[in-house]
Design a protein around this ligand. Structure first.
Ligand code: CP
Ligand code: NVA
Length: 315
């Protein structure tokens, strides 16, 4: 059991086989949890969870997930760690590796997570950086699979900011052969380097990646509609300027009407109703955002098992 990487830093690092292993194990673990069957696959193991940013879903789902797997999780507020007072990441990585069996980190800088993984002798899981949110994107394709029964050939439309969320979604869609059409305001499109690396994967899996500025064009005949906040964590000071730039980049009835009649709506949450999504769409039958939030638990349990089960600390 396992996947071909030591860490989960980006969906792009995973092979399509690795992605499928995560989805398959998540499905099994979800069934076991629902039926009350014990699945202590990480008995005695410990996960250290470093948070430099706020979180509801990530914190609770990792902590509960570790407990359900027979292990334990430590919440480590970055401001309370010495890392918050300047202790180097590379030292923190090696120290924590002597105590815990896996490190989960949510922080601004993607390079910091890469540095953590380079020096940690235990697996490192990226739980959101400014660049990527791989655990969420893997959860999202798992949720699509649950609701649509397949991934290949489906069309996802992402409307909004070219941020960490869409970067990981682009990677995930390319890996599994899903088409993704993005509508972002001019100047807020996804990172060109990320699109370029995903396009290479898409050429093999047969998916298409389209970047544009028109929400109605992106949403046309979509199977899945996705949005995220206009101003991500760390961008709060840009809130007012972004409200102007993003006006119209919203999942609302007009957008729903051009998508397929059975399209599902996803949002990583937290949502700002009245901005990137209307309350009506959030609360509609087509919205599966709470299934999606629940699935963070099951998918991350699969990720932790696949990364942490066989690995023992090198002391
Ligand atoms: N979607 C997500 O990562 O939520 P939190 O910020 O609450 O963890
Ligand atoms: N793009 C959002 C995702 C939150 C889960 C942010 O970075 O704040």
């Amino acid at each position: 059991m396992g996947i071909e990487v030591k860490d989960l830093l980006s969906v792009h690092d995973l092979s399509t086989t690795d992605v499928n292993k995560i989805l398959d194990l998540a499905k099994m673990l979800k069934a076991q949890q629902k039926s009350g069957e014990q699945h202590h696959l990480l008995k005695g193991k410990t996960l250290g969870m470093i948070f430099q940013k706020a979180s509801t879903r990530t914190r609770v789902s990792f902590e509960v997930g570790m407990w359900q797997l027979g292990g334990t999780a430590l919440f480590l507020n970055a401001n309370d760690l010495q890392i918050g007072r300047g202790e180097p990441v590379k030292d923190t990585a090696r120290v924590l590796s002597r105590y815990v069996d896996g490190i989960m980190i949510r922080t601004s800088s993607h390079d910091e997570v890469i540095e953590m993984a380079k020096y940690a002798t235990v697996p490192v899981i990226n739980a959101l950086t400014e660049m990527m949110h791989p655990c969420q994107a893997l959860t999202d394709i798992f949720t699509v699979m649950e609701h649509k029964g397949k991934l290949k050939g489906l069309k996802m439309a992402y409307i909004g900011d070219g941020n960490n969320m869409v970067h990981s979604l682009i990677h995930a869609c390319a890996k599994v052969g899903m088409d993704i059409a993005i509508a972002a305001p001019k100047g807020y499109e996804p990172d060109a380097a990320i699109v370029a690396e995903a396009l290479e994967v898409a050429a093999v899996t047969g998916s298409t990646i389209t970047i544009g500025n028109d929400p109605l064009v992106a949403a046309e005949q979509a199977d899945v509609l996705y949005t995220d906040v206009w101003a991500s964590m760390g961008r709060e000071t840009e809130q007012n300027i972004r409200k102007i730039a993003f006006a119209g980049y919203q999942i609302n009835n007009e957008v729903m009407n051009v998508a397929k009649a059975d399209a599902i709506v996803l949002h990583c949450l937290p949502a700002h109703r009245g901005e990137e999504i209307t309350d009506e769409v959030m609360e509609s039958e087509q919205s599966v955002v709470f299934d999606q939030a629940e699935n963070r638990l099951h998918v991350q349990k699969a990720i932790m098992v696949l990364l942490m089960k066989q690995r023992t600390k090198s002391l």
